[in-house]
Design a protein around this ligand. Structure first.
Ligand SMILES: [Zn+2]
Ligand SMILES: [Zn+2]
Length: 111
């Protein structure tokens, strides 16, 4: 019997500029809906939608964010502890640097 191994064969980060204009519009739209919703189930579903659109694999309950770094980074990434909070968020979506930016030029830590 084959043993199922959990392999990460999709990236945890993609370049926003690699998406088509239509995909970029859709991604922005879904992120706005996720930012505004007051329903955590809907939030999780929208996050899965963003992940599918970007081609990133996340588990239910995971988050996909656009990098909010001041370097105008094009990363769309899975939110992990390697990302870094740039600014306190008033809505649902955390405002964070992607892990690469957090590593290269970390913002003042707000976590
Ligand atoms: Zn970044
Ligand atoms: Zn950066």
């Amino acid at each position: 019997m084959a043993v199922m191994t959990h392999t990460q064969n999709r990236p945890s980060s993609v370049d926003y500029r690699d998406l088509t204009a239509a995909q970029q519009d859709r991604l922005t739209q879904i992120l706005e809906l996720a930012d505004d919703t007051s329903d955590s189930g809907e939030y999780n579903s929208l996050m899965l939608g963003v992940a599918a659109l970007a081609g990133i694999h996340i588990e239910r309950g995971g988050e996909v964010l656009r990098c909010s770094c001041t370097c105008v980074c094009p990363a769309v990434f899975e939110n992990t502890r390697d990302a870094r909070t740039v600014e306190a968020s008033l809505f649902n979506l955390p405002i964070r640097q992607c892990p690469l930016c957090a590593d290269r030029h970390p913002a003042e830590d707000l976590d």
